[in-house]
Design a protein around this ligand. Structure first.
Ligand code: HMG
Length: 404
């Protein structure tokens, strides 16, 4: 992997257009954290299966009065506090933990944040790919009118049934970011590699809180999609493997990214051993190891961990691979901008992680909602979260949100 910078850090613009990409980015998560040591103890297995084998340490859990809307609003509030709302005419909310079959979760966030009415707000869905799909739509809007900005939120709660292979990979988080012309953090290059194949590796029917997954098959489907998206990226003008300084993968569990990088280096003709691949990706793991899978938000949390790390990456290229089960995937590259460090929030992010309340196994089980969605049209939630926003309950079928 090259450590050189690109000659033109503003690289990223298609011929004749203004470079666009990420101006600011922040995350939020659930109120509770659950150490996988408690799960391993309950299952009477070696915790290193989780800490080392899948590369996960703790997972975030949402409180009764939190969901994708409250986490998304909390992350987006930080973006608005720093940047204001001027120029934002689109809000894209990516999630696969939908709270309504019709209304976009983004509209609730729009209300909680008192955003201007002159905004279009929609929800995107394609498993974990939904966030990158939203980013690509945002880039299209900004390319059409570089005066406009797009607020993107990727927010998910990952839940599997208890006592299944997916259980240790649960988690919860939201990432919000601002897409605009001449961004200060990441300018995204025009080449894209895309790949869709109808596979049944992971899905969540409407009546379930928890996803169904064919775990081992999903790992293979992810790796096949990576090769497909990479080859399409190269066929559409993408730079070579050696021109990319860092790789940021969707991380359902961090070891998945290591498997992916080994496969990509084989495909690129410069194979790395597992340990070498793990070392190359290590700066992208910090947040996802602590938060668990956050589906649409996961790839951005890998990117945030890299930004917030001690690595000096100005002018360097980051390759992104997004995989959404089912399956849609994409590979693309962005260039870190010269003054990116002026826009980071590393201390804020550490404080968010540290503020989580740890729970034991019994508390974890009490928070797990079970498999089936309960058909309740009226209920109130207990006050648990310390987030600025609360999910207060359901009133005659309508979800009610409020400020804390
Ligand atoms: P499993 O079958 O229980 O685990 O679950 P395993 O037995 O394969 O062990 C895992 C690793 O731990 C192995 O290493 C073991 O050797 C190692 P590997 O061979 O993989 O390198 N191990 C140990 N290491 C150290 N000390 C020990 C020890 N014991 C074992 N004592 C599985 C694995 C991935 C199937 C499971 O976690 C799962 O079902 N996860 C959910 C599905 C998933 O995350 N799939 C990923 C690809 S699909 C995707 O990314 C999309 C997704 O995010 C959804 C979306 O798009 O919306 C899921």
């Amino acid at each position: 992997m090259s450590t050189e910078t690109t000659e033109n850090p503003q690289a990223g613009a298609a011929h004749g257009t203004v470079p666009s990409g990420i101006q600011d980015i922040a995350f939020a998560t659930g109120h509770y954290s659950f150490d996988l040591a408690h799960l391993a103890e309950k299952q009477d297995i070696d915790v290193n299966k989780y800490y080392i084998g899948i590369g996960q340490e703790t997972m975030s859990l949402t409180a009764e009065d939190e969901d994708t809307v409250t986490m998304g609003a909390a992350a987006a509030q930080r973006i608005i506090d720093r940047n204001g709302t001027e120029g934002i005419r689109t809000l894209l909310f990516a999630t696969e933990s939908g709270i309504d079959q019709s209304k976009s979760a983004g509209v609730y966030v729009h209300g909680l944040l008192n955003l201007p009415r002159e905004v279009r707000t929609i929800e995107t869905k394609m498993a974990c790919y939904g966030g990158i799909g939203a980013l690509q739509m945002a880039l299209g809007i900004v390319a059409r009118n570089p005066e406009e900005k797009v607020l993107v939120i990727a927010s998910d709660v990952a839940r599997y049934d208890v006592d299944t292979s997916g259980e240790p990979t649960q988690g919860a988080a939201a990432v919000a970011f601002l897409v605009q012309a001449n961004p200060d953090i990441l300018a995204i290059e025009p080449a894209q590699g895309v790949y869709t194949l109808d596979v049944q590796d992971f899905w969540r029917p409407n009546h379930r809180n928890t996803a169904l997954v064919d775990g081992k098959f999903s790992v293979g489907a992810y790796l096949d999609a990576l090769v497909g998206a990479w080859n399409d990226y190269r066929a559409h003008g993408g730079v070579g493997f050696d021109d990319i300084n860092w790789f940021c993968y969707h991380q359902p569990f961090t070891k998945m990214a290591v498997k992916a990088h080994v496969r990509l280096t084989e495909e690129a003709g410069t194979p790395l051993e597992k340990a070498e691949a793990a070392a190359a990706l290590a700066p992208t793991f910090g947040y996802n190891k602590q938060l668990g899978n956050s589906y649409t938000a996961s790839i951005f949390l890998g990117f945030l961990a890299l930004l917030d790390s001690d690595e000096e990456i100005a002018g360097q290229r980051v390759g992104f691979f997004s995989y959404g089960s089912g399956a849609v995937s994409e590979f693309f590259v962005g260039v870190i901008q010269p003054d990116y460090r002026d826009h980071l929030r590393a201390e804020e992010h550490q404080a968010i992680l540290d503020a989580r309340e740890p729970v034991d196994y019994d508390q974890y089980r009490a928070l797990h909602p079970g498999t089936m969605v309960q058909p309740l049209d009226n209920y109130k939630t207990q006050r648990q979260t310390e987030s600025p926003f609360r999910f207060e309950g359901v009133d005659e079928g309508s979800r009610i949100y409020g400020k804390s």
